[in-house]
Ligand binder design. Structure first.
Ligand SMILES: NC(=O)c1ccc[n+]([C@@H]2O[C@H](COP(=O)([O-])OP(=O)(O)OC[C@H]3O[C@@H](n4cnc5c(N)ncnc54)[C@H](O)[C@@H]3O)[C@@H](O)[C@H]2O)c1
Length: 300
């Protein structure tokens, strides 16, 4: 069974890590893949043609792929990535916005350039690569396309030393929610991934947290993310949209979205005294809710 037979997919940052594993899985499932990668260092500096190696691996396996070395951080880069896939394969069905870098620092020590680089690659990168694709979907009325965006626990829950990355990744989740509404008319699904995988971006952080790291263990490595992304891009997932999936330690879960969990009404403008009474009740409800969610989220 080739669940992505003849589909055309663009995967950004597919030269290594999660993107590479996804590109290989896609190709094995019959997709034609544009393997984009700037070949950057973890902080976004430098360039290398590592996309060629992934393309070679795919072709050696009997699949179809082309390399692209554009940076997702520029508007023209996003357009060129899309044009390249369209001119090679004649159509585009799937976009995986995966390229990523880190510039971890507390806000005390963060330079403007650290903030800007993270926003450019992650948040603007999603805009740059997605805009040409959605315009094409509307112009050609192409149905059942798929968009996968890459968020992070850092943006959805929070992480020390990552105000820039956390803000961008929370932005990615917000981008996905609104985009899923705009694309519903074209039956294009938009889903978000919150991955946890041992890659060059995370291995040092995992070791610093005292964890033993073995990338070849599927429960730790980036290979655990690829089948879930593949399933979400298949026909099986035509009705699955506007969701966040957390994939980590061999588990796959669905995350909650922001929602009001308890509210009080008032006939008059809120007095500070009334808030003294209501706020502790809201905090109590939130703590209870968090406990319940934590229990529900335990892997079965
Ligand atoms: N590994 C994890 O646990 C984890 C957790 C949360 C989120 N993520 C996200 O998942 C995605 C993949 O991360 P990974 O862990 O596989 O990292 P990785 O470093 O192994 O792969 C990222 C790839 O993106 C490429 N890239 C960087 N900047 C680029 C640019 N401007 N244009 C094109 N390509 C560029 C890099 O060259 C690299 O090959 C990232 O968006 C990351 O933020 C990863």
């Amino acid at each position: 069974m080739s669940i992505l037979k003849d589909k055309v997919a663009i995967i950004t940052g597919a030269g290594r890590g999660i993107g590479k594993e996804t590109a290989l899985f896609f190709a094995k499932e019959g997709a034609n893949v544009l393997v984009n990668d700037l070949g950057a260092n973890p902080d976004g500096s430098g360039e290398e043609k590592i996309a060629d190696e992934v393309v070679k691996e795919i072709i050696d396996l009997g699949g179809k792929a082309i390399a692209n070395y554009e940076s997702v951080d520029s508007f023209n880069g996003g357009q060129n990535i899309f044009n390249s896939a369209l001119s090679e394969f004649g159509a585009v069905d799937i976009l995986i916005n995966n390229a990523g870098i880190l510039r971890d620092k507390t806000l005390f020590n963060m330079k403007e350039s650290d903030w800007d680089a993270i926003m450019a690659v992650h948040l603007k990168g999603h805009f740059n690569c997605t805009k040409p694709f959605v315009c094409y979907i509307r112009k050609t009325n192409r149905l059942n396309c798929k968009i996968i965006n890459m968020s992070s626990v850092s943006g959805l829950i929070g992480n020390f030393g990552q105000t820039n990355y956390g803000a961008a990744k929370a932005g990615v989740a917000g981008f996905s929610r609104s985009l899923s509404m705009e694309m519903a008319k074209y039956k294009c699904t938009v889903n978000t991934i919150s991955p946890g995988a041992a890659t060059r971006l995370t291995i040092d952080l995992m070791k610093a947290a005292g964890r033993e790291v073995d990338e070849s263990d599927w429960k730790q490595g980036p290979q655990q993310i690829a089948p879930v992304i593949t399933w979400l891009c298949s026909e099986e997932a035509n009705e699955v949209t506007n969701q966040i999936f957390h994939i980590s330690q061999g588990n796959v879960g669905i995350m909650q979205q922001p929602a009001v969990i308890k509210a009080y009404k008032s006939d008059d403008i809120w007095s500070l005294e009334k808030l003294n009474n209501v706020m502790p009740e809201l905090m109590k409800a939130k703590k209870l809710h968090d406990k319940e969610v934590e229990k529900k989220g335990e892997p079965i």
